[in-house]
Design a binder for this molecule. Structure first.
Ligand SMILES: CC/C=C\CC(=O)SCCNC(=O)CCNC(=O)[C@H](O)C(C)(C)COP(=O)(O)OP(=O)(O)OC[C@H]1O[C@@H](n2cnc3c(N)ncnc32)[C@H](O)[C@@H]1OP(=O)(O)O
Length: 719
């Protein structure tokens, strides 16, 4: 796990060998301890270089080991002993030096980085802090403000920025190991005391308290209840105010609290869930690692509304040429200006030049004859989408992939009107598509494995987190949203207010409560869907709208809000009021309060006090319950996929893991018991009836989430 070689007759070259990222597993730590001992005790060796195999220095501690008991030599004393050694040690950093990997580099007396390397202390993103001396050494090296920023955000820096900050001593474009060996030879005669970071004093800003306070306040605003960033601030405060020996103790204490927290478990689960999500498998046996995607060089986007524009930008910025189609000249010109503006701003932010030459705008579908792939992003209307697909089928090359950005319509029905159902697939982007990371790849029953592989690989290239899901109304994300938002509106009937519910959900950690989110998305969207499905319409008595429809409980309040022309932010009024149409500053609206009171008195509902816990339980358990149904229906392959969708598409707090992980943390028995309780109280709400899979898992002793799949295996897969 650590290879030892003697090079240039006197330099010990220690290579970490734990692919793919040379993480510091117990075997690697053991290997480092052994090879360092050998280097320090061999009189022929005058200097040491540490590097990593396969172009990667080290990706940090082995995160998989965090779940089990600690084995092998602990990292902190091992690193302290490297720093204390009497022979110069040089870190040769290629690829990445992250977390424990950077902490290892910080105990080396010198650091040489390749120009393409990235460095950082991302522990905070795993609910931890850099507890192998990182919070104590980095401030001593680069000062409190810069160290605070890196440690509390977990941001990776380029080697050029690392050089400017003083983290590395040299950046090279050449073979970093060779450069480091030469460097080590030159360092042999030099004193090491000033190179031992733990022995340095921290350059302390005069306004330390004010700085720490400002950072704490900033974090409290942004971190939505995450503990780790605040613990990082405390650890850096210790570096500034205590000698190293005490600071390191404080670092360990803070780490101990974080390490055993549910938040750390959730964030580490998210790390692996995100990586697992791309690994799709079909019932046919085809899967992500044995199906070759097609290469996509050119694409078309049909429709230059909000979604189409974002999709066009996301394609062009990764080097794919895009033909954007609109049906009307004025709309096309508006779309063109918006897309160009977005692409220019995006390029400026990334420090690259905007790839405007890749864009073409047209009014004619005829121009799409030769593209490799088309993404339809027209209005959410099945008849319109079918017409577009029929036409594409006639016009495009027989090999062109036809994709729809529908947010919930039947992808197979679209495939059915084409001459190539195997090349039809859903690519459900989230708004704004050039910002939001999530892509649901909706596999119809006839989508070929090559088509799925191509859509997934295109998503990855577009820097999206892509999740393969089955075809059903609303797919995964929007299907689950219904029971969640239904519970919120039922709670309004019973006595809650939009602002109360939103506050509880936002305090839980959601980026936005359900009502603020609806105002942002536009209330008319759901209203149109309800009209299309016959739940509401001209036949409904506006004075006395029924509270039971299609055999189940129905809350007419959202329709009543829409009937007043309140469609959310875009109209300046929705569940809240805004300063102006398009405004974003939501304020409680007395008119909504009035509407709720009138509604309750009309139906003789006595409002009651609703606790925060009831809001959380009803909204989140209804959400997870639908997730269990999605798993048993085979629409999602794993709970991890659902959780990734909710984090990246719906603002579910990452430190809670996602709705399915949250359910597992609360305890499946409790989720089942609460759902049974609420279903008894509301028997006409089918979404509250516990799903058979939830019952089955509880009956099997509530296995950990990673084992749920074994209980779903026998059920039908739509993927
Ligand atoms: C006392 C405590 C001391 C220290 C604490 C720490 O060090 S905590 C760990 C801090 N390090 C990190 O957070 C880095 C995590 N890894 C990454 O950010 C990326 O993996 C990386 C290194 C930038 C590489 O990205 P890339 O896109 O190239 O690959 P991918 O992410 O798909 O990873 C490849 C496979 O490696 C697994 N993996 C990555 N890092 C770790 C790790 N630190 N421990 C364990 N496993 C790791 C990852 O899960 C992938 O596995 P696979 O089975 O192929 O899905």
């Amino acid at each position: 796990m650590a290879r030892y070689e003697l090079v240039k007759r006197s330099v010990a070259l220690i290579t970490l060998t734990n692919p793919p990222v040379n993480s510091l597993s117990s075997a690697v730590r053991h290997g480092i301890a052994k090879t360092m001992d050998r280097a320090l005790s061999d009189p022929k060796v005058t200097a040491v270089v540490i590097c990593g195999e396969n172009g990667r220095f080290c990706g940090g501690a082995d995160i998989r080991e965090f779940a089990g008991p600690m084995r092998g030599p602990p990292l902190l004393p091992l690193l302290d002993s490297i720093e204390a050694g009497e022979k110069p040690v040089v870190a040769a950093i290629e690829g990445v030096a992250l977390g424990g990997g950077l902490e290892l580099a910080l105990v080396c007396h010198y650091r040489i980085a390749h120009s393409k390397a990235r460095l950082g202390l991302p522990e905070v993103t795993l609910g931890l802090l850099p507890a192998a001396g990182g919070t104590q050494r980095l401030p001593r090296l680069i000062g409190i403000p810069a160290a605070l920023e890196l440690i509390t955000t977990g941001r990776h820096v380029s080697s050029q920025e690392a050089l400017k900050l003083g983290i590395v001593d040299q950046v090279t474009e050449q073979n970093v190991c060779e450069v480091a060996v030469e460097f080590a030879l030159r360092a042999v005669a030099k004193p090491l005391s000033s190179r031992r970071l733990s022995a340095l004093t921290v350059p302390c800003p005069p306004d330390l308290d004010a700085l720490l306070e400002a950072v704490t306040m900033q974090i409290q605003k942004k971190a939505r209840g995450m503990m780790a960033p605040l613990a990082c601030v405390q650890a850096v405060r210790a570096a500034a105010t205590m000698p190293y020996s005490q600071g390191i103790k404080r670092e360990s204490e803070l780490m101990a609290t974080l390490f055993n927290s549910g938040q750390a478990r959730a964030l580490q689960y998210c790390f692996f869930a995100e990586r697992t999500a791309g690994k799709w498998t079909l019932p046919s046996g085809a899967q992500w690692n044995d199906t070759k995607p097609r290469e996509i060089r050119s694409a078309a986007v049909i429709g230059l509304g909000t979604m189409g524009r974002g999709i066009a930008v996301s394609l062009a910025r990764v080097g794919i040429s895009v033909i954007a189609v609109e049906s009307d000249k004025k709309l096309m010109e508006t779309g063109r200006q918006m897309v160009i503006g977005m692409l220019e701003r995006d390029a400026k932010r990334r420090g690259v030049s905007a790839s405007l030459n890749l864009l073409k705008f047209t009014l004619s579908l005829q121009d799409l004859k030769d593209v490799d792939l088309v993404i339809e992003a027209v209005f959410e209307d099945m008849a319109l989408k079918k017409r577009v697909f029929q036409e594409l089928s006639k016009l495009c090359r027989p090999t062109t992939l036809l994709c729809s950005n529908t947010s919930g319509l039947d992808v197979d029905a679209l495939a059915g009107v084409t001459d190539r159902p195997q090349l039809v697939i859903g690519m459900h982007f989230f708004s704004p598509a050039h910002v939001m990371k999530l892509l649901e790849v909706v596999c119809g029953p006839r989508s070929s494995s090559e088509t799925i592989a191509t859509a997934m690989s295109l998503g990855k290239r577009m820097e999206k987190v892509s999740v393969a899901v089955g075809n059903c109304p609303g797919f995964v994300g929007n299907r689950m949203l219904k029971p969640y938002s239904d519970q919120a509106t039922f709670l309004l009937e019973e006595g809650a207010t939009p602002e109360q519910i939103d506050k509880v959900l936002e305090d839980f950690g959601f980026a936005m409560g359900v009502f603020r989110m609806s105002d942002l998305a536009g209330l008319d969207v759901g209203w149109r869907v309800r009209k299309e499905s016959g739940l509401t319409g001209p036949d409904v008595d506006p004075k006395n709208p029924p509270r039971r429809r299609q055999g189940r409980k129905y809350c007419p309040i959202p329709d009543m809000v829409c009937e007043q022309g309140r469609f959310g932010q875009k109209t300046g009024r929705g569940w809240y009021m805004y300063d102006k149409p398009g405004g974003t500053n939501a304020k409680p609206d007395p008119l909504i309060q009035n509407l709720l009171e009138t509604y309750r008195s009309r139906y003789g509902i006595k409002p009651r006090n609703i606790t925060d816990q009831e809001i959380i339980d009803r909204c989140l358990f209804a959400l997870a319950n639908e997730g269990f149904r999605i798993l048993e229906d085979g629409i999602a392959a794993r709970p991890e996929d659902i959780d990734v969708i909710y984090q990246f598409g719906y603002g579910f707090p990452r430190h809670r893991g996602g709705p399915m992980f949250y359910a597992s943390m609360v305890g499946l028995e409790r989720v089942l018991e609460r759902l049974e309780h609420y279903h008894q109280a509301h028997p006409d709400v089918p979404h509250l009836e516990p799903s058979p899979l939830l019952k089955k898992l509880v009956a099997c002793g509530s296995p950990p989430i990673q084992k749920w799949r074994e209980h779903i295996k026998t059920m039908h897969s739509h993927l």
